[in-house]
Design a protein around this ligand. Structure first.
Ligand SMILES: Cc1ncc(COP(=O)(O)O)c(C=O)c1O
Length: 409
């Protein structure tokens, strides 16, 4: 039923008006999503409220209200109390803030070597924060994942042989879209007296979830991954938790994050949150497109594997391994045809090292280097899926022929 609706559906039938890629195909939504146009049409009025939200005169009251409204709207859709949100500059800051804050809390409580349990497939913002903290005495135990991007629960439980202060594990992986069993992992962590942080940056708008149900202590979000602006995000910090600020300042965000607020950015998160009541249908729509894309990939291209296909994944992501084809060459050839995909995390493109996430999942270096990530969005269409498959088929045939001829065409 939905599939036939999808075939005839125009992007604008029930979707928020997003910036489009024109006659090009943008299948890299996990790197960043196009902006919702309502943000642009609302911007002049929002920017007119130029006062400092901390000022108590009337110039401060308007931006203060804009921030309060956005906080309420965003909190409603992730199911938390508005004051449990700390607005930040994005996912990287939210992850760094919670990891460093919890380390400091543990140190202040007299723990010499605080012990964190962290998954091997976290975003570099988390992994690099952990590396910094290790130099200051942090002890880390790593959660392993298998080729389907899934956690082995008994390996996870075995990491609690000594007291754990904090667990950090993402809700959905940016490269494979695999969803991790956060509710169960969090329940276990709590039974062992540990706190739990989840990086939910890639989950929002791609799967339904409620923070209350997950029952985590902390969760990270980034505006630009769900059609709001870049350079803005949020950290959910459950009531009762204390955050040690990384940016000291004038007491903004209840002294948990100093600095005059990014009023327009924060407002953009509230504007997109208005569309979230419809997100169930967006998710179903995108999933139908993605599933159709994968069926076509498997039937039209030989020696191709979709990583984590049999597991629980967000609606939009396909991580594709194509034997005998170099991922970077694939990306460049598709780019010439006007199609944007990615070979891993966007922040590591141009880096010849294979994706650490794919390596953690057990792929060899050669396999990881023959992989690409296709990530669709609320504005993608079936016509784009079909054009993508046609172009990809041509590129794969060409690249395999070049390889067989020892690099000559
Ligand atoms: C899972 C995940 N966490 C965090 C981030 C960082 O977010 P930001 O770009 O807002 O700093 C990203 C961005 O790719 C991500 O995919």
């Amino acid at each position: 039923m939905l599939a036939s609706r999808v075939m005839t559906l125009e992007k604008t039938d029930f979707y928020p008006d997003l910036f489009s890629a024109g006659d090009k195909i943008y299948f890299d939504h996990n790197a960043t999503a196009p902006l919702c146009r309502k943000i642009v049409s609302s911007a002049p009025e929002l920017l007119e409220a130029f006062g400092n939200p901390s000022s108590i005169h009337q110039f401060g009251r308007r931006p203060k209200k804009i921030i309060r409204d956005a906080r309420n709207q965003f909190a409603k859709f992730i199911d938390c109390h508005p004051l449990e949100l700390i607005f930040t500059s994005g996912g990287s800051e939210s992850n760094s803030l919670v990891l460093k804050s919890e380390f400091l809390r543990a140190k202040k409580a007299g723990i010499k070597n605080p012990h964190f349990v962290v998954s091997k497939i976290e975003h570099p913002a988390s992994i690099k924060s952990i590396e910094q903290l290790k130099e200051l005495g942090l002890k880390v135990s790593w959660i392993e994942v298998d080729r389907n991007g899934q956690v082995d629960f008994s390996q996870y439980q075995s990491l609690f042989q000594e007291p754990v202060h904090l667990v950090s594990c993402m809700l959905a992986n940016n490269e494979t879209g695999c969803i991790l069993p956060i509710k169960e992992m969090c329940q276990f962590a709590k039974s062992q007296g540990a706190k739990f942080h989840t990086d939910a940056v890639q989950a929002l708008g791609k799967m339904e979830f409620s923070l209350k149900e997950l029952d985590v202590d902390y969760a990270s979000f980034a505006g630009h991954k769900f059609y709001a602006m870049k350079g803005v995000g949020a950290l959910f910090s459950k009531q009762g938790n204390v955050i040690e600020n990384l940016i000291s300042g004038g007491g903004q965000e209840r002294s948990r994050r100093g600095g005059t607020e990014n009023t327009l950015g924060i407002a953009s998160m509230g504007i997109v949150a208005e569309f979230f009541p419809q997100q169930k249908s967006y998710i179903e729509y995108v999933r139908t497109l993605r599933d159709s894309l994968e069926e076509k990939l498997v039937s039209r291209i030989s020696n191709l594997e979709i990583l984590g296909r049999e597991t629980n994944r967000v609606c939009n992501t396909s991580s594709v391994f194509i034997q005998g084809v170099d991922g970077e060459s694939l990306l460049m050839n598709l780019d010439l045809a006007g199609i944007a995909v990615s070979t891993g995390a966007a922040c590591s493109s141009g880096n010849p090292e294979p994706s650490p996430v794919l390596i953690a999942m057990g792929l060899s270096h050669a396999e990881a280097q023959s992989s690409m990530r296709v990530s669709l969005g609320w504005g993608s269409t079936m016509a784009e899926v079909d054009r993508f498959i046609e172009e990809l088929e041509k590129v794969v045939i060409r690249l395999r022929a070049i390889k067989e001829n020892g690099g000559e065409l």
